[in-house]
Design a protein around this ligand. Structure first.
Ligand SMILES: [Zn+2]
Length: 128
């Protein structure tokens, strides 16, 4: 998923990674709002589309993610479309992460907690 905020390459101050669309909102939306209010450029990278989620479809999640991007006034939101439930810390996924970090050159990176009940969250942290 690429949203309308991703039309231009730009340097970001804060880039938050989440395994699933809504992880960042649940984990640090307040921080992103504060940083945005302080004039910082902020973005979210979702690693998966949350296709294994028991509530809602990929399309519903994408709509919600775009709506959240508007509310949070994000400068960037991208989805790397990794495989939900089967996140791997492998070369292919590492290159995807490296690509967005090089693209946006963030000063601060936020990611999922390294230890968490959901296995994708810990793997997401390893990738970040
Ligand atoms: Zn999650």
């Amino acid at each position: 998923m690429r949203c309308k905020y991703n039309l231009f390459l730009m340097k970001l101050d804060v880039l938050a990674f989440g395994a699933h669309p809504d992880d960042v909102e649940l984990g640090c939306a307040g921080l992103l709002l504060v940083e945005k209010a302080n004039g910082k450029r902020v973005g979210i990278i979702d690693l998966t589309q949350g296709e294994l989620g028991s509530r809602g479809t990929v399309e519903t999640r994408e709509k919600e993610a775009l709506h959240a991007a508007e509310i949070l006034q994000l400068d960037v939101r991208e989805n790397l479309k990794m495989k939900d439930g089967f996140l791997q810390n492998d070369e292919i996924n590492q290159l995807k992460i490296i690509s967005v970090i090089r693209k946006y050159k963030p000063e601060v990176i936020i990611c999922n907690a390294p230890e968490d009940r959901h296995p994708d969250h810990g793997k997401s942290a390893q990738l970040g």
